[in-house]
Design a binder for this molecule. Structure first.
Ligand code: NOJ
Length: 506
């Protein structure tokens, strides 16, 4: 254990590609991008026939839950500003743009019989504008905004949600498979199930602890797998695209080298990573045995007649195994773990895990309470995934930093540099990573933090009619990294103005 702890500390202080003086470079086929999500940027929540989403309902019913009262009704108004967004992408020089389709914008009731042509027109326009400028679209099919009508039928805890999602995906693939090479089925299943069904942190805020998290997990993973198989069978040969899923994977280390903390972190990783990745990437498929055993034992003790973790049948295990062309990783920070000492609600996912998360106060703090800068964690996470899942093909689909308002976001620029350096080291050590995505292109609605936590490379003036976008320092730094494909220590632009390119018809 001692040597393990030593490695942790050692990495924490030396994971800096600059420290050995060697200049590392991103290969020419490595892709750089930025990301947004429909609810967070589009606005136009009830315009042109869009249906209500669970986030519309949740924040309309509970405005008091949003830190600064700003919800997604208007957001960054990308619905009307998509051309400006594409201008920003061109300024940055990114290879791809990851955005999500709002299911209720295109299928207002959730079902395919009732398609909203205006909604599709918006995505047609955005995709065509991107392609016009040689920017590759990467589409997330589901980024937290379920049609409310489907939630009224139970949402992701209803096993029928698997078919609803497949039907929706079929409609979208039929429209866009010929134009879009990268697809992400679901964004952060673990956040959806744990925070949305087992808690009130995210919509639909069901708060049915201990049961709904796992029902949701099973359904959502199967929904992903079925959509993967749909693409594989009916679209892949013709269009040659790739389909993945984005998982939230932050790194976790023991609070210190005490055996109990080391054991706690091992358990945490099984619940936080293994539960969601093993069914798709492990050799044998299925949920991790430690998770299965723990929940089964606890369920019995609690008086349940069966385990609260549903089983996966032989066919389901087969369906899930290998159901991704790439692993999308949303990585932000590192947590320190120790066994739980608090009274946790039982039954619950948190109680099953039995650990407590500590936010390492030795690391720089962002504007979000949960987000501190610990780039070594990105490196360690890559190595962990390589060993556990035999060098999976990865895409960093999100990495970012929050600040308050202001254009001089040195902390974001610096953190981005350090995380990219850690990524270069991980690549050098064998990690198969195809690309890197900054969250986010522009300031947006950070769910129930509203606009109080800014993640954008571009600042958005939410008070202005046009939702004016202005480049921050970090936009200049990212542009330079993309241009040079290396990370220069302390580089800062001389002239702080990125000129606005004219739209050129090719
Ligand atoms: C991950 C989520 O996918 C995204 O919606 C969110 O804004 C960022 N994390 C930052 O919290």
């Amino acid at each position: 254990m001692r040597s393990f702890f030593f490695i942790v500390i050692f990495c924490a202080v030396t994971i800096d590609a600059w420290s050995d003086g060697k200049q590392r470079r991103f290969k020419n086929d490595f892709k750089f991008g930025v990301s947004t999500a429909a609810y967070q940027v589009e606005g136009a929540w009830d315009i042109d026939g869009k249906g209500e989403s669970i986030w519309d309902r949740y924040l309309h019913n509970h405005p008091e839950l949003v830190t600064d009262g700003r919800n997604g009704d208007v957001a960054s108004d990308s619905y009307h500003n998509y051309k400006r967004d594409v201008e920003l992408l061109r300024e940055l020089g990114v290879d791809f743009y990851r955005f999500s389709i709002s299911w209720p914008r295109v299928l207002p009731s959730g079902f395919p019989h009732d398609q909203n042509e205006h909604g599709f027109q918006y995505y047609d326009n955005l995709i065509d504008e991107l392609l016009h400028y040689n920017i590759t679209p990467m589409i997330t099919l589901y980024h937290f905004d379920l049609p409310q009508k489907l939630q009224d039928l139970g949402g992701w805890v209803n096993p029928l949600s698997i078919d609803w999602f497949v039907d929706y995906a079929r409609v979208v693939f039929n429209k866009y498979a010929h134009k879009v090479p990268y697809w992400i089925t679901i964004n952060q299943p673990n956040a959806i199930c744990v925070f949305g069904y087992g808690d009130t942190i995210l919509a639909p805020a069901i708060n049915a602890k201990g049961v709904s998290e796992y029902e949701c997990t099973k359904n959502i993973l199967l929904a992903h797998a079925k959509v993967y198989r749909l693409y594989e069978k009916e679209f892949k040969k013709k269009f040659k695209g790739s389909v993945g899923i984005s998982m939230s994977i932050n790194w976790s280390d023991p609070l210190n080298n005490k055996t109990e903390n080391v054991q706690a972190v091992e358990k945490y990783r099984e619940f936080d990573i293994g539960l969601y990745l093993d069914p798709i990437w492990s050799k044998n498929g299925d949920f991790p045995s430690i998770v299965k055993k723990t929940i089964e034992k606890k369920s019995k003790q609690q008086g349940f007649y069966r385990s609260r973790l549903p089983t996966l049948s032989h066919e389901e295990i087969k369906l899930l195994k290998g159901s991704a062309d790439f692993l999308g990783i949303n990585h932000y920070t590192t947590f320190l773990i120790k066994p739980s000492t608090k009274n946790i609600h039982s039954p619950s996912y948190a109680d099953d895990m039995g650990v407590e998360i500590v936010f390492g106060d030795q690391w720089e703090q962002s504007a979000s309470y949960w987000l501190r800068s610990a780039p070594y964690g990105l490196y360690k996470m890559c190595i962990f995934l390589n060993l556990r899942y035999d060098y999976p093909t990865m895409f960093i689909t999100e990495n970012g930093w929050s600040t308050k308002t202001g254009l001089w976001d040195k902390s974001r620029a610096e953190t981005m540099r350090r995380y990219l350096n850690a990524l270069l080291l991980a690549i050098e050590d064998g990690t198969e990573v195809k690309g890197y995505t900054v969250w986010s292109l522009i300031d947006n609605i950070e769910w129930n933090a509203g606009s109080s936590e800014r993640f954008g490379l571009y600042e958005v003036d939410f008070e202005s009619e046009e939702k004016t976008r202005t480049a921050r320092l970090s936009a200049h730094v990212y542009k330079r990294i993309i241009q040079k494909r290396i990370i220069e220590e302390n580089w800062e632009p001389k002239n702080l103005k990125i000129s606005k390119p004219k739209r050129v018809d090719l």
